[in-house]
Design a protein around this ligand. Sequence first.
Ligand SMILES: Cc1ncc(COP(=O)(O)O)c(C=O)c1O
Length: 394
Amino acid sequence: MFKKDFPYFSNSDITYLDNGATTQKPKSVIDSQVDYYEKYCANTHRSNFGDANKATQKFENARKTVKEFINASKNEEIIFTKGVTESINFIATSFAKKFKTVIISSLEHHSNIVPWHMQGRSLGNGLEVVKCNDNLDFDMENFEELLKANPNSFVSVTHISNAFGKIHDITAITKLAHSYGAVVMVDGAQSLAHLKVDMQVMDCDFFAMSGHKTFAPTGVGAIYIKEKYLDEVEHYQTGGATIDQVDFNSSTLLPSPYKYEAGTQNIAGVIGFAEALNYISHVGYENIEVIENELYQYLDTELRKIDDIVFYNDIHDSVGSRSFNIKGISHDDIGILVDKMKIALRVGHHCAQPIMKQLGINGTIRVSLAFYNDLNDINMFIEALKRALKMLKD
Ligand SMILES: Cc1ncc(COP(=O)(O)O)c(C=O)c1O
């Protein structure tokens, strides 16, 4: 129903089911890029002529759009970055470094694991991992034990697992963490494409966003920093646009958000990010939820008819991604064969090696949906999967 808004689908005969990796872009987002480069290409926050002012205004309007979209309190709480990876690295370096203990979940993407290792942390040595059960549910009791043993720690957890689609109850996690004096950062890479988020309800202290997973261009994203931490988070990079006064002896920085946005930003990307959020508002999360629920359940029902299928979680408290294996058959072989049948999906560890290792596997086949997918996409995929399995078994 919404595919007509995405030029990719009229130019391609691919069945696109790799939305967890990146999403397609609606025409309004693509047009916003062409518009900037063709009609008012100028730098922001520097020059004072017409197009420069227009670019600055669009950029700052985009900040307001992001702020309103996630229900943050102030525009200053929204800092543009390259995406979730940069957002997490920024907060890890400029704020969380000083915490004795960082607590993460079992389902983290490498972006929320490797930065902590780079600080010299390892399991039991500055890094703790909350257990999950056989259905990949976040173990609240274990979380509380870790918080008790490590008060005033830094908690950094994903909202939705990119590998398995599992949703973490961030509101409950934050409430518990705060009661033990912890500060909470959320990896929201997979959130905005599927679910409404609200900073006042979730009450997390940092929330990392990815543009390209949210129908926006690549190389753009943002981090929400709760107002009370704006003075505590140190600068990340410095240079042009971050400063108030500079002489050869010293420099003074501007307040947030400018002190965190060094150098010329991804201006077109930021404008495109806001356009993508406007597009989501136009579609509406009520519609997204209904469409995705139907697709997710249909996918699950059809997959369950396949012999020897292995799932790692049921579909409750999950959204977007469905991961599985077929006993005795390599996921890589299936990936190669379905690609030849024009099905785009991801096989492998999905940048989540630790949980794969814990499950005793080296990867899965992952189908990841967006609201523009339809039942026909799932039928095409199931057909291709059956043909691939027949070839591999014969
Ligand atoms: C859960 C999760 N976190 C972080 C990332 C990295 O996001 P970005 O590409 O915006 O840096 C991804 C991308 O796959 C992801 O799925």
